[in-house]
Design a protein around this ligand. Sequence first.
Ligand SMILES: Cc1cc2nc3c(=O)[nH]c(=O)nc-3n(C[C@H](O)[C@H](O)[C@H](O)COP(=O)(O)O)c2cc1C
Length: 176
Amino acid sequence: MKNIIAFAGSNSLKSINKQLAIYAASLVEDAEITILDLNDFELPLFGVDLEKQIGAPDNVRKFLDYIRNSDGIILSLAEHNGAYSAAFKNLFDWLSRSEKKTFMGKPILLMATSGGGRGGASVLAMAHSRFPYHDAKIAAEFSLPLFADKFADGKITDSEFDDELKEAVKLFQKQL
Ligand SMILES: Cc1cc2nc3c(=O)[nH]c(=O)nc-3n(C[C@H](O)[C@H](O)[C@H](O)COP(=O)(O)O)c2cc1C
């Protein structure tokens, strides 16, 4: 059985991206799913001077171990001002300093959702162009706009978007 980790690029307790990541993970067949939450990997604000003083905090190694031990990653990014949330960027910066090949060649289902009509298109484009430098194998991408209108009770309610996600999950599954 394949090991999948799923998480949101958000530290919001009610993260819509976490809800989407959990739903997408539920569509993967024959897999052991581990849902991660950035709040369980608290890290100080990255800075080169702090890094010199303290090295990499333990949570960096812990998070990298989750990636290393997985067969695939489901990640849904929150968009803040057209970019990664500060919580995700901080984690990414710490991880990338310990391991430049941060995603370790694992297949990634890369997603974003937001309340607006663009569905996190900017942060998705940012990750699309950056993650491959960190050994990400982006298997499929999916964006859900207008989250409140299209998602309820843990599922996508709009059948067109739901079908699109299911196709993306199939592509991801093929690469596991
Ligand atoms: C500081 C801040 C900036 C935001 N900027 C954007 C944005 O650029 N584009 C967008 O679609 N939504 C933006 N939003 C709304 C977020 O998409 C919304 O808060 C969403 O719930 C974030 O995902 P999360 O619930 O997974 O954290 C912003 C929200 C915050 C708090």
